[in-house]
Design a binder for this molecule. Structure first.
Ligand code: PLP
Length: 361
């Protein structure tokens, strides 16, 4: 608290990101980074951009990158918005499409940045409980609301909702002229993307990031795909805040990443294969494993029943062995851990540590 803060800043409850340890002693499975390096073409493009025109402002329209996204997703560049990480795109989208009135809905267990954006913009929101098995019950969202936002697959559960259900929710919101923000941060890892359906659904905004599926968390690039109307709304927000959200290096690297889908299809198939193996091995160790379509698994160590601190204890035991995962100290999921999929070698270290911890318990 400070006397210099205005009421707006005093009332904020900021997001707390996962730990980024300064030393490299940890096996880092806590922030869903891709374990594989980005395409070499990305590095080449960034080096070239660094050698050229840093003296000049970047292209505020992000034209080259948006064209690369449009080509890859078979949409028009006017249907693409580029931002400084998808977190920024989401913040703009909340500001552009939601407002004071009927509450915006999202699941009780989901990306914890959503309530933060709602708080920032003063948007009322209401959480809707996931089913016992952590699946979204679409019927619960077919009510009057100020709009809807959720990730598909959901985070931190990793569960996906069938595309038909998503499109039907978009239609029920369209009847109220409200927007569905669909956060596809993890869609490259096995869920079906809604992008091919944006033309029939003018109120559906899909949000994407290069952080996870393109191994570029350090570059900070995200984008949205949706109707021209929605994209124009996002541009109005951005241009009332900062016209140059993406720098020249990020734009060059991001465009190169979009064009090298062969590289990314290959590494992400590797992530999926490791996820399936790790899921099977954790099940064999007695863990409850929520079926995942993401680059992480959401798991409950065995013997956690009735002991609310078990997730905490297991998290600490892994940390003590040099392995960082994510634990959320929240109702319903305090016994669970979210484990990002690393390389096969990293996951072997993780599985061995789990075996040791269970043997000692
Ligand atoms: C990681 C993540 C984001 C943010 O991605 P950035 O592009 O790195 O800002 C957004 N939504 C969900 C669900 C995520 O897990």
């Amino acid at each position: 608290m400070s006397v210099y803060w205005n009421t707006r800043v005093t009332r904020l409850s900021p997001y707390v990101p996962g730990e980024q340890p300064g030393d490299k002693k940890f096996v880092k499975l806590n922030t869903n980074e891709n374990p594989f390096p980005p395409s070499p073409k990305v590095i080449e493009a960034i080096k070239k951009a660094a050698a050229e025109d840093l003296r000049l402002y970047p292209d505020p329209a992000c034209a080259e990158f948006r064209e690369a996204v449009a080509a890859r997703y078979h949409v028009r560049p006017e249907q693409v918005f580029a931002g400084n990480g998808s977190d920024e795109v989401l913040a703009f989208a909340f500001g552009a499409f939601f407002e004071n009135g009927a509450p915006v809905l999202f699941p009780d267990i989901t990306y914890s940045f959503y309530p933060v954006y709602a708080g920032l913009w003063g948007i009322p929101c209401r959480t809707v409980a996931l089913d016992e098995d952590f699946s979204i019950r679409p019927g619960d969202y077919r009510v009057p609301s100020g709009g809807l936002v959720f990730p598909n697959p959901n985070a931190p559960t990793g569960r996906d909702l069938p595309l038909g259900e998503i499109l039907s929710l978009a239609e029920s919101l369209e009847a109220q002229k409200r927007v569905l923000i669909l956060d596809e941060a993890y869609a490259a890892f096995g869920a079906e993307s809604a992008v091919p359906h944006i033309n029939g659904h003018p109120n559906l905004l899909t949000v994407h990031t290069l952080s996870k599926s393109a191994s570029l968390a350090g570059l900070r690039v995200g984008f949205a795909i949706g109707s021209g109307e929605l994209i124009e709304g996002l541009c109005r927000m951005r241009d009332s805040f900062n016209s140059y959200t993406l720098d020249r290096l990020a734009l060059a690297g991001a465009a190169a990443a979009m064009r090298d889908s062969a590289w990314y299809d290959r590494i992400n198939r590797g992530v999926i294969a490791t996820r399936e193996r790790v899921s099977a091995e954790l099940s064999a160790l007695g863990f409850t494993v929520i079926p995942s379509k993401a680059n992480f698994v959401f798991v409950k160590p065995p013997g956690g029943k009735g002991n609310a601190s078990r997730g905490d204890v297991f998290f600490g035991a892994l940390r003590g062995r040099g392995i960082l995962v994510r634990h959320f100290n929240k109702p319903r999921i305090a016994d669970y851990l979210r484990v990002s999929i690393g390389t096969d070698g990293e996951m072997d270290l993780f599985l061995a540590a789990c075996g040791e911890i269970l043997a000692e318990a």
